[in-house]
Design a protein around this ligand. Sequence first.
Ligand code: TMP
Ligand code: MG
Ligand code: ZN
Length: 214
Amino acid sequence: MNTKKNKGRLEVVCGSMFSGKTEELLRRLKRAEFAKQNVLTVKHSIDKRKNMCSTSISSHQGRERNAFIINNSPLSIEKIFELANPNIDVIGIDEIQFFPQEMIGVIYQLIDAGKRVIVAGLDLDFRGEPFGIMPALLAVADEALKLKAICVTCGKDAYHTQRIVNGKPAKYSDPIILVGAEECYEARCRNCFEIDQLPSFVTPSINKENMTSL
Ligand code: TMP
Ligand code: MG
Ligand code: ZN
């Protein structure tokens, strides 16, 4: 019996909006094709931004690539196994933050089956909280790249994505999902980011207000 295993790998590209995540994903997929590899491209059905073709992933710079649309239903997610047939070497998935927990197991099994999986998505939501399945994927990734945009207010590296509603910073209690681009989002550094509540990982009982030195 041949027991030699040939597992694949997981690469994660994350960062704020406008940091070039989709550009980087497209670049890696293009390079794989130059190397004569077969690529499967997947995107989430949620992402229907204006000027965006619903069957392709596109970067803010306008670069595009045809993609299979997957939604959150188990049947749709399972379809990836069918699409990732033995001929497929590389699987690229954009907007990974929108997918449910089940996607982690699907990615794990694809890697087990020898596929190189490259995912791109937001590490933080507009509240500054880790976004969906991204933290788990970063933990199991073979390679992770965190990209930075430029803060529109001061020009420093942008760590956050600021959501703007009616000209004002969105409230922490607003819904997490709001599809959009420049009309409702800006890249901001930590100094210029505005939100009305601390992230949930700051424990109220262990708070700097209880200390005099900070
Ligand atoms: P992008 O990272 O490719 O620019 O796209 C991110 C998408 O995620 C965009 O449609 C806006 C959406 N989004 C949310 O739904 N909630 C959020 O908290 C943030 C920051 C973005
Ligand atoms: Mg993108
Ligand atoms: Zn700034």
